[in-house]
Design a protein around this ligand. Structure first.
Ligand SMILES: NC(=O)c1ccc[n+]([C@@H]2O[C@H](COP(=O)([O-])OP(=O)(O)OC[C@H]3O[C@@H](n4cnc5c(N)ncnc54)[C@H](OP(=O)(O)O)[C@@H]3O)[C@@H](O)[C@H]2O)c1
Length: 244
C-alpha cells in the first residue's frame, strides 16, 4: 500500500506546498483544512495535476474533527505513515516588532495556544495508534526559530528583539512537546522532530520573507522522509540543528 500522509493547515502556504511535494513522491496525501471550501479547492487543484490528494476536514480548535479524521483514516487506510502538524497562527500583532508580553489579551494568548499547541497535542494523541501501525512512522511538528529559549535569552541573536509573546511561547511549547513525544517513542520505529521552515513568503511570513514556500517546506519534507536511523527529538532548519 502507498504511504499515507496527513498535513494540517494545508489549504495554503507552507502546508499546501508540503502536500504537493509529498504527493509528488507518489504518496497518498490528506490535505487538512478547517474550511471546507478552501480545502476542497486546494485539494482539487493538486488532484488535477494527477496527484493523489484528498481534502480532510480538520479544525485545530474542534476536537470532534480529530475524532472524525481518526475514523476516516482507520476505515479507509488502517494506518498513517506521516503526520505533519503544520497548522498555525500569529494573531496577536500586525508587526513582529512589538513586545506583547504586557499587552497580550488573554483570549488571544489562549486562542494561539489552542491552535498552535493544544490542538497539535490532542490530534497527535488521537492519531498515534494509527501511526504505530506504520512500518516507519514520521511526525513533524512545525515550530519556529522564535520558539528557541536560548536565542530569546541571548542579546544580539537574530530573534532577540522579536518578542511576540503568544506566538513565541506557543512554539516553545511545541518544542517541549516534541522532546516529550520523542522520549515516549524512542524505542519504536517512529521518528519525531520539530521543523523551523525559515522566513517564508506566505500570508503569515509576509512579502518581505526571503524563502519561497518550496524552500520553506523543504525541512518538513526532509524530516518526513528521514531514514530509520535519522534525527529523532531534534529541532532543525534544513540540515542545521537549532538550540532549544
Ligand atoms: N511563514 C513563515 O515565515 C513561518 C516561519 C516560522 C514558522 N512558520 C510556521 O509554519 C506553519 C505554516 O505557516 P504558513 O506561513 O504557511 O502560514 P499561513 O500561510 O498563514 O497558513 C496557515 C495555515 O494554518 C491554517 N490554520 C489556522 N488556524 C487553523 C485552525 N484552527 N485549524 C486548522 N487550520 C488552521 C490556515 O487555515 P485558514 O486558511 O483557514 O486560515 C492555513 O492553512 C505554521 O505553524 C507557522 O507557525 C512559518
Amino acid at each position: 500500500m502507498n504511504k499515507i500522509a496527513l498535513v494540517t493547515g494545508a489549504n495554503k502556504g507552507i502546508g499546501y506546498t508540503t502536500v504537493k511535494m509529498l504527493a509528488e513522491q507518489g504518496m497518498t496525501v490528506l490535505l487538512g483544512s478547517r474550511d471546507e471550501q478552501r480545502g476542497q479547492q486546494a485539494a482539487q487543484q493538486l488532484a488535477q495535476q494527477g496527484l493523489d490528494v484528498h481534502y480532510l476536514h480538520l479544525d485545530m480548535e474542534d476536537s470532534s474533527s480529530f475524532t472524525s479524521a481518526y475514523s476516516y483514516i482507520a476505515d479507509t487506510y488502517g494506518k498513517l505513515d506521516i503526520l505533519i502538524n503544520n497548522a498555525g497562527v500569529q494573531i496577536e500583532s500586525d508587526t513582529w516588532q512589538t513586545n506583547t508580553t504586557e499587552s497580550i489579551p488573554m483570549e488571544i494568548l489562549r486562542k494561539t495556544f489552542d491552535i498552535n499547541f493544544f490542538g497539535m497535542v490532542e490530534l497527535t494523541q488521537k492519531l498515534l495508534p494509527l501511526i504505530r501501525k506504520s512500518e516507519a512512522g514520521r511526525i513533524v511538528n512545525l515550530t519556529s526559530i522564535l520558539g528557541s529559549l536560548e536565542f530569546h535569552a541571548t542579546p544580539g541573536s537574530n530573534t532577540y528583539n522579536t518578542k511576540t509573546f503568544a506566538y513565541n511561547t506557543s512554539k516553545t511549547a511545541v518544542n517541549s512537546f516534541t522532546i516529550h513525544l520523542a522520549h515516549l517513542l524512542k524505542d519504536t520505529n517512529i521518528r519525531v522532530n520539530a521543523a523551523h521552515p525559515g522566513w517564508v513568503q506566505t500570508d503569515m511570513g509576509g512579502k518581505g520573507a526571503h524563502l519561497t514556500p518550496e524552500q520553506g517546506a523543504s525541512t518538513s519534507i526532509m524530516l518526513a522522509l528521514i531514514d530509520d536511523d535519522g534525527h529523532h527529538g531534534s529541532y532543525l532548519h534544513n540540515d542545521s540543528i537549532l538550540p532549544w
